[in-house]
Each structure stands twice: as C-alpha cells, then as structure tokens.
Design a protein around this ligand. Structure first.
Ligand code: ADP
Ligand code: MG
Length: 649
C-alpha cells in the first residue's frame, strides 16, 4: 500500500481563553490516502472545522506531527504553507468566500495568479472550468448576481484551478437548498471518480453516507473511523499543469494583478478614496505652487537686474550701509562723476540723488519717489521710453525744470500715459515739465510699483534738496571691460580724490546674490509648512489604509487560503496606498496649475515658474508618502493569520 498523502500524529490544538486553555483537538491521529473521499462528521463544536483548518495549512497554532506527501509541514515557512495551499489544496467553504468585486472568471483564476500562470491560458482555463460546471452563461457575473448554488460552483472551479489535488470542503452544502446540495455532492463524487482526494466536513449523515469513508469526531477525539482504507489506486488527478511564466515575468504579472485589484478597491470606495487623497492633493498643490511662485518672482527680479545690465557698479557714500544711513557723508559730488566719466572703463555714468516729494497735477496729488539723475541714467538702467526723451547735458547745466516719469506716475496723475507729455507737475513746490515717459520696472514680490519721477540731478540738488552732494553714482562698465578691474580703478580714483575710502561699491552681481538667497530662504520656509501638510496627509492615508485592512480582513483571508504569499498581500495594500498618493499628487499638481492660472487672472504681474524637477520631486515624495505610510497597514494585513482572517465577519 502507498504511503498516505496526509499523516497526522498526536495532533493537539488548544485555545487559551483567559487563564484557561481549552483543548479542541486532543491527540488526533489520522491518515488519509490519495484518492480517498472522506467525511468528517460530528456535532457542532466537536472540532471538525479546527481539524480541517489544520489539514488545509490555514492554521499554524497546533502541536504534534503532520506530514503532507512526506513533507514535514511543521518545518514550512509561511510562504511554504502558502505554496502547499496554492499548489495542492482547493478549499470549498460553507459561505463560498468569493471576492465580491470580481466576476466569476476573475474569482476562479486567483490561485493561478499567485502561482504565476500566464494570463491568457489562465483565463481560458478558468472559463473552461466554469463551463464544465454549467456556468458558461455566467462568466462575467459577480457573486451578488449569482445564486448560492452557482456561487458554490464558482468556488469549486476555484478549488480546481491549480489542480485541486486535495479538496477540502467545510460544510459545503450548509448554505445551499437541497437540490443545489445534491448537485454539489454529485459534482464532488465525480471529482473523486477522477482521482481527487476529497475531505468533507459535515454534520449531515446523508452527506456522510455518500462518502467512501466516515471519520467521526466528538469533543476533539476521533471516536470512529469506518475506513481502514481500501483505496483504489489513485488515478492521476492532475489536469495538465498550466503553463507557468518565467519567474521575473510572474512577478510583473502579480504586480499587474495587484495594481488592478487596488484600482478596483479604490473604485469601490470613491468618496473615501477622494477624502484620503485630499490631504495629499492640498499638500502637493501647495508645495508646487509655493516653489513655482518663489521661482517665478526670483526670475522676474533677476530679469530686471539683467535689464539694468550685468556690468553696473553703484557707488554709495559711507563705508557700509549703516554708515550711509547716517546721511552726513557729503563727499560724493558731481565732480567725482565727471572724473569717472572720463575713464576708459566707463561706458556711461549717472549721478543720483533721491528724495520723496508730493507730486501734484491740477487737483491730483500723490507721493512720488523723486530721483535726480544724469542724462545717461536711462541708458545705464536700461529703461525704455514710451514717449519723449531724456534730459540733455544743457538741461543738467541749466538745472532745467524738466522731468521724466514712469507709466504708473503718468497714469496716476494724468489718467493715461499719452496725456503726460508737455504737462507741468508740481514736485513739492517746484514746477517741472514732463518731457518723457518710461516703462514701469516691476521688482517682483509686489515691489516697485510706486510713482517714479526723475529730474536732472542738478535740479534736484539745488531746487528740491538744497544740497551739494550726491546720493550715489551709477557707472555702467564699457563692454569688454573687466568688472573687478573697474572696481579697483574706481576705488583708487575716488580714494585719491577724497583722501580716504569713504564710499562703498556695489555691483549688480552682489544684488542678484542677495535676492536669490532671500527668495530661497522664503521658499524654503513656506515649503516647510507645505511639507508638514504632506505629512498630515500621509497620516490620513495611513488611517484609511488601516481601516481598509480591517474592513477587508475576510478578503485577505480568502486570498491567503487560495495561496497568496505574505508578500502578495503586502504588495496589494502597498500599491493601493502608493496609488492613492500618486493620484493625489497628480491632482495636486493639476490643482497647482489651476491655481497659477487663477492667480495670473487676478494679478497679471504674478509669475509662476513650474519646473520639471519640482514636479518630479512632488511625485517622488507623494509615492514615498504612500510607501512610508502604507507600509504599516500593508504589513499588518500580510501578518494576518489565514484562519482568523477567514473567521472575521
Ligand atoms: P465544529 O465541529 O462545529 O466545526 P469548531 O472546530 O469550529 O467546531 O470548534 C470547536 C471548538 O473550538 C468550539 O468549542 C469552539 O468554541 C472552539 N473554537 C474554535 N475556534 C476558536 C477560537 N479561535 N478561539 C477559541 N475557541 C475556538
Ligand atoms: Mg465548523
């Protein structure tokens, strides 16, 4: 006689309830040979299901010895047990245990998915099995669209999917009407005839009578066993094995299935999924917008600086900004500017004094920033004239009462830029005639939209301020001249003229650096806030995933029963978390673009610079959030015990 396929010795299963331990199986010995059809009967609570769960490797908490086909089950890892369930067992449960979101074919093919069978033969085989069981019209029906008997036939097909060498059926007819029950028993007998080993748990003697061998269990002990077996030679139950894909491709396939399941799950709980995503959406949208806004303003400012010219040096009185503010250094005079203008490296030189004065035109009055400048100022500063011209050299010499104003000033005082030319405005109490209008130069971040009026520096010094010294001198360096060398020249020239270094030089490069570092700090600060909101969003994802795991415990149990490895379960939930976060990230980026569009409608001057690296970083961080915050729930799903998960309602 052949060795038994299942051999159990001194099997004990105890449950601890509080301080007490309750022995449900008490030193059970049982041999089952290949090709047998065994009924396990007994009263409710006698330990039938407990025994069945041990036989099916769903339960791990027993002591004793158990060999399956000569393999010591005790020594198998969780994945090893999953492999046994997947490759050798087929389960039929009282309550069918089909996955509600999948149709009949998809339910049947699950064991083959975890076995790494190729998609096409897998689907074909699932459809064949269903057809054979009389469900050819119901292939794409979901469990809720099937009768109990049909659902149970789907679960039989699922049990046969990977061969179903040993079929374990726990009260398979318990939920069926008598006719469906009879049909199911006929089907099981037919499978027995084909060589499958069949173990049925039942409390119904009529069912047991149809089996070749009856084992009766009472209070955890086998009290009778009809069959000292007379097994017929086990026929070859194995249907031709499905073509397996290469291991690496199987991995991709399982990934695709997990992705598909995650999408199904998300689709089934749309509102919940959306609310979960909301945190991520807002977080990503704010990070991307803030960075784009910061980048945009910075670009704007830098462009304006470039417009001023890369090679401009400003000379201020005083050895530092603090010194300058004291305001009593009066050594920088127009003659210095004239001396600098004579040098080769100077393309143009513009002396400057500035003051704030009320500007009036008829009954309109506004505070203006008034700058006394030289005729070259607009060239040095790269300003564009809309109409009119700059001052002439004669104007400077004669302290002419002429002014150039910017668009903002023209609009404020005259209503339109075109009405300004030739009109007389009163600065403080000095009347000046407008001879030119230049374009506005926004400094970004909302700066620089004040009214600007320029008059000859001589006019400003003599008529507005009553002073003989300058506020600053701007020198535009000739093309091809070296900036550093020019700075040295200026220092030595003015140092000699003044007798000491009582001035500071500032070139546009240093301004640019200052602005860049300021806006970087600002962006960093706001980004920190956005990152906090991302973390909060991530915690939301984790919460919902944990809820989802406990809600779908049953599904996890079913998947494990048909052979899913821990890593398969882990992957499914992790993918779901990452998917939620990725879609949230995508929506966040879209929201940020929408925000940018909205903002430019309200504030045409605002500029957002979306950069590819930011967007890529947003996606990376949202998937990281999915992985980090999805890990815990995914792991707790994967660690579930198959029996316990199945028992959960
Ligand atoms: P049945 O023969 O009706 O299938 P079971 O095998 O389900 O009986 O249960 C046998 C005994 O084990 C029952 O008394 C039941 O209360 C107990 N039992 C089953 N599962 C657990 C569990 N997870 N924890 C504690 N006791 C359990
Ligand atoms: Mg039971």
């Amino acid at each position: 006689m052949t060795d038994p396929i299942i051999s159990i010795r001194r099997l004990r299963r105890e449950y601890s309830a509080g301080d007490e331990t309750l022995a449900v199986l008490k030193d059970v010995d049982l041999d089952i040979h290949a090709g047998e059809m065994v009924a396990i009967i007994g009263q409710s609570g006698s330990g039938k299901s407990t025994l069945m769960n041990v036989l099916g490797c769903l339960d791990d908490g027993w002591t004793g010895s158990f060999t399956f086909n000569g393999r010591d089950v005790r020594k198998l890892s969780p994945d090893g047990l999953a492999e046994l369930r997947r490759e050798h067992f087929g389960f039929i449960f009282q309550r069918y245990q089909l996955l509600t979101e999948l149709d009949a074919v998809e339910n049947v093919e699950i064991p083959a998915v975890y076995a790494g069978a190729a998609r096409k033969p897998r689907r074909e085989r699932a459809a064949e099995l269903l057809t054979r069981l009389g469900l050819e019209e119901r292939l794409s029906h979901r469990p809720s669209e099937l009768s109990g008997g049909q659902q149970q036939r789907v679960s039989v097909a699922r049990a046969l999917m990977n061969g179903g060498e040993v079929i374990l059926a726990d009260e398979p007819t318990g939920a069926l009407d008598s006719r469906s029950g009879k049909e199911l028993m006929a089907l099981l007998r037919e499978l027995h005839g084909e060589g499958h080993t069949i173990i049925i748990v039942t409390h119904d003697p009529a069912i047991a009578a149809q089996c070749q061998r009856v084992v009766e269990i009472s209070d955890g002990v086998i009290i009778s066993d009809t069959g000292k077996p007379t097994p017929k030679a086990a026929a070859d139950a194995q249907e031709p094995a499905l073509r397996r894909t290469p291991v690496w491709w199987g991995g991709i396939d399982r990934f695709r299935e997990a992705l598909f399941m995650a999408l199904r799950a998300m689709g089934a709980h749309r509102l919940r999924t959306f609310l979960t995503m909301l945190g991520i959406i807002i977080g990503i949208a704010s990070v991307v917008s803030v960075v784009a806004l910061g980048q945009g303003s910075q670009e704007q400012v830098l462009e304006n600086i470039s417009a001023i010219g890369t090679s401009t040096i400003n000379i201020y009185p005083g050895t530092s900004a603090a010194d300058r503010r004291a305001g009593n250094i009066q050594t920088l005079v127009p003659a210095d500017a004239a001396a600098l203008a004579a040098e080769d490296f100077a393309d143009s030189v513009s002396p400057q004094v500035s003051t704030n004065q009320p500007a009036r035109y008829r009954n309109v009055s506004a505070n203006a920033s008034v700058n006394g400048v030289g005729p070259d100022f607009f060239r040095v500063g790269g300003r564009t004239f809309i109409s009119g011209v700059s001052f002439s050299q004669e104007g400077i010499e004669e302290r002419s009462q002429e002014a150039v104003i910017d668009e903002t000033a023209a609009q404020t005082l005259f209503g339109t830029a075109s009405a300004a030319l030739g009109e007389v405005i009163i600065l403080g109490n000095v009347p000046v005639r407008v001879i030119g209008v230049v374009e506005d130069q926004s400094m970004g971040f909302g700066f620089g939209n004040s009214l600007n009026v320029w008059v000859p520096y001589s006019t400003a010094m003599a008529r507005l301020l009553g002073q003989r010294h300058l506020g600053s001198i701007a020198v535009r360096i000739a093309d091809g001249a070296d900036l550093a060398e020019a700075e040295q020249h200026i220092t030595s020239l003015l140092g000699t003229r003044h007798g000491s270094i009582d001035f500071t030089l500032q070139n546009t490069d240093t301004i640019r650096e200052t602005i860049q570092s300021t806006s970087r700090t600002l962006t960093l600060l706001i980004s920190m806030i956005a990152v906090i909101s991302l973390v909060v969003g991530g915690i939301g994802v984790m919460n919902i995933m944990l809820v989802s795991v406990s809600e779908r415990t049953k599904e996890i149990g079913v998947r494990m029963a048909v052979g899913a490895r821990r890593s398969d379960i882990m992957r499914q939930f992790l993918i779901e978390a990452v998917l939620v976060c990725l879609v949230g990230g995508l929506a966040g980026v879209a929201l940020s673009f929408a925000f940018g569009q909205g903002l430019t409608l309200i504030m045409p001057d605002a500029r957002l610079a979306y950069s590819m690296p930011t967007i890529v970083a947003a996606f990376l961080s949202s998937s990281m959030i999915g992985i980090v915050f999805g890990f815990m729930p995914a792991r707790s799903a994967a660690r579930l015990d198959p029996v316990e998960a199945l028992a959960r309602e």
